[in-house]
Write a new protein. Structure first.
Length: 133
């Protein structure tokens, strides 16, 4: 099983945005982000791309949790239900719902610190190879 250190190589999600990994299991990941001023858009709510990236990162961690797996997102869709501000902490959980030799499908839910659903996403990954460089 891959550890957090492996996924911290993601310079955009981890270094630039500050997303933290809370839990990793094969086919499952839980990641979180404390919303800061830099994450807000022009009307002072969390930029949709930040929420999308949180969902995408949860998908990436869940689908690449198994050692010697390289999975790449082929499709992801998201529905937004509630806006958030710089006082919020968001958590995304990705769950594998279907898997074949080359394709896996995931549900991703994004919640605020009060466990209220903010957005829901669905994504698929292509399992490219069994070796990551």
């Amino acid at each position: 099983m891959r550890d957090k250190e492996f996924f911290q190589k993601d310079r955009f999600a981890y270094t630039l945005l500050g997303i933290e990994i809370e839990e990793i299991k094969e086919g499952y990941a839980k990641v979180s982000l404390k919303i800061e001023d830099k994450h807000l858009n022009g009307v002072n709510i969390t930029q949709g791309g930040v929420v999308f990236t949180l969902a995408d990162y949860a998908l990436a961690v869940a689908s690449n949790a198994k050692e010697n797996t390289s999975a790449l997102t082929t499709n992801i869709t998201i529905n937004y239900f509630k806006s958030t501000t710089s006082k919020d902490k968001l958590t995304a959980q990705a769950h594998e719902i279907s898997k074949s030799k080359r394709l896996s499908t995931y549900d991703i839910e994004i919640f605020d610190q009060n466990k209220k659903i903010i957005a829901k996403a669905a994504g698929s990954v292509y399992i490219k190879s069994n070796k990551v460089k």
